[in-house]
Design a protein around this ligand. Sequence first.
Ligand code: ATP
Ligand code: MG
Length: 869
Amino acid sequence: MKSQDVRKQFLEFFKSKQHTIVSSAPMVIKDDPTLMFTNAGMNQFKEYFLGNSVPKSSRVVDTQKCLRVSGKHNDLEEVGKDTYHHTMFEMLGNWSFGDYFKKEAIDWAWELLTEVYKIDKSILYVTIFEGDEKEGLEKDTEAYNYWKQFVPENRILNGNKKDNFWEMGDQGPCGPCSEIHVDIRSEEEKAKVPGKNLVNQDHPQVVEIWNLVFMQFNRKANGTLEKLPAQHVDTGMGFERLCMVLQNKQSNYDTDVFTPLIKKIETVTGSTYGKKEETNIAIRVIADHVRAVSFSISDSQLPSNNGAGYVIRRILRRAIRYGFTFLNTKEPFIYQLVDTLSDQMGVAFPELKSQKKLISQVIQEEEISFLRTLDQGLQLLDTVIANAKNKTVSGKKAFELYDTFGFPIDLTALILSERGYTLNEKEFNEELQKQKDRSRAASEVAKDDWTVLNNSNKEPFIGYDHTETEVKITRYRKVNSKKDGELYQIVLDSTPFYPEGGGQVGDKGFLESKDEKVKILDTKKENNLILHFTEKLPANVKDTFLAKVDTKLRNKTSKNHTATHLLHQALRDILGTHVEQKGSLVSPDYLRFDFSHFSKLTTEELQKIEYFVNTRIEEQLPLEEKRNITYNQAIDEGAIALFGEKYGDSVRAIKFGDSMELCGGIHVKNTANIWHFKITGEGAVASGIRRIEAITGDAVKHYFKEQETKLETINQFFKNPQDTVKAVKNLQEENNELKKQIEQLLKDKAKGLKIELQTELQEINGVQFLAKQVDLEANALKDLAYELGANSKNLFLFLATVQNDKPMLTCYISKELVAEKGLNAGQIVRELGKYIQGGGGGQPFFATAGGKDPEGISKALNQAIEYIR
Ligand code: ATP
Ligand code: MG
């Protein structure tokens, strides 16, 4: 069965059980500060489990792009070494939000595996939660009894809290789970060791394929469990592992999910898969990582130096490194795999196809720069080895290489062992731990549990139509982070405050009651909750408040947001439809727009873009807003959607003339309100990504005012000429002409001086000698000395000059004299330099010294003769 069909059958099976098919959420998470990447299918549904919001449909099925490379679920180090863990993988899941529970979940899982996919029942094992005394949790006999109908009891195994109690993170929804494992070993092997002994023992052919989680609890900040308001089902099946079973393979990498990539790697690198274990590992690492990195870039997360971008950079570097060491690839090659990946997965994930060029260019740039780093690192390592004592290299040095140059520690260890050196790993690990502690402490946010005052079924956000409204606080909590200190997060029953999102910053404003006024510093979204940040809580949290948005800021922001849409339209119109939004910032002060494009914008292009946007402003286009239309309807009408953005069943479309985008942000009512649009900057952010910064409204007025003031000042300098540009041009020309004249005069002066000095030379002890103060600038003085020297084999010239009140000595001695008499100009200027309170040096035949005291010049000149006496 082809992998595409495996995926399709899963979705269709649950559709036949009244589940709604939903699409994968983006892999890179943007609205949940507790998580960088989606690490399980349940992330996008977290708020439903917690009862913070109500799903449209209580039965859902999907396939979710997951990435397990950071935080609680981190498989990175396993990937490639084993055959069944990936960084990025698809998790197939069926979901019940307060609908069915254990019975149906178990019945359907069994039906799908054994009747639809026709997996041999005798290779299946299941596990159930055995209970945990410390947590006060009982054995899951309910699940046990349901399984008993299908599975012989000796194949139902008890599992402990580690394997059979699922938790997303340190806090949040959790519950007992029941896993399904397959034993795909040969009959001989099964005869030797029974499969039940190998379940959950990291055996590559006895692996978990499906986990059925029964969400019953919420883990609170203090570690205790509380019952959830309703019970839910959350299941996750590894798509690649399922394909392995259904395609009768022993490794995920032998399924059609990976074979095209592996073939391509073999061709590009000239290596062979399946012969030597270290080559196999490297090929698996590369095949896996190119998926993770490509999907992430198409979700708009580019490799970078911090946060999620840094994680992506490290994954890519791991792949480059494995190629470098084990496949001997010293040139970029991973970018060449993007075509294959896009051919293979572009149907299910069209973003890979449409962004192929960008993905491959970004990867290539990263490869080039990291290969350079590896090169430098290798040279540095040579020095480190040369200085090592007792054939051991200190962990501190290795850490420096790792930290500053991104030089991988396993490569350091490998090279050292090849040369018979050892690495002090303990010391390295200590350094690493110290660094981790530092960064954790910096980013750690301690959160109290919510204090819930009441639940509300009002519309949570009313900010499109209102900027102030009467509200009640429904819940609040204290949060504490190194970065922001102690703050409160307040949730209101309904709010006019726009929470940061879609590039637009969060609203600020006030909560006012008759007795007090609390400042709202910022507004953000965490999953579906709108959090208002304050420094203090109102004294009476149960009071009724007037929530008032700072409309001055909000109006400025809305101008910039609408201008951003018009800019996007202008770019696609003027540069082409390859332009895709790659990030934006919409604040009261300015807007920033990142987009894919491959060359610097010309002045002409920038002018055209400004003109395009300003024309839309002059046309006074009214806002046409469509709320609650379906995604498909919006796209059919021509709306632009962004990749990597999460869209619900119903969306909001914003239209101004021919510009139409899916957008949740705040906009002006008419483009005329923007007043004017002005680009203030254009540059590169990364390879293939450009950035434009621009301003609107009052900011443009200030900008023009500033320009005007500058111009006025210039005009004053020129005594108000008729034509300023011409005046500046004239001045420039005049200036150039004068420069030329000065140069000529200086040359003439030097010529005259040369003749004068030549006549003043004295013959002393066979040496042509002159010590004299002249009025010449340093470079001209040097030229002069060299010219005089060219005509003579026994010249000793000692010249002094004062330029800008600073004395300077120059000494020239013919090379022949230097050789014959052992004279040294460098030494002479150093010795005589002390008279002018200075120092200097140079070569034996030419040297200079600068000083502070011009008074000392005559003494220095008088002393010079001593050297040839
Ligand atoms: P394992 O113990 O094998 O790492 P897990 O307990 O971490 O699995 P869950 O968190 O329950 O797995 O995830 C649900 C399913 O997702 C698993 O049954 C498995 O099929 C799949 N899965 C989990 N991690 C990975 C991974 N890194 N690569 C591929 N598939 C995975
Ligand atoms: Mg795991």
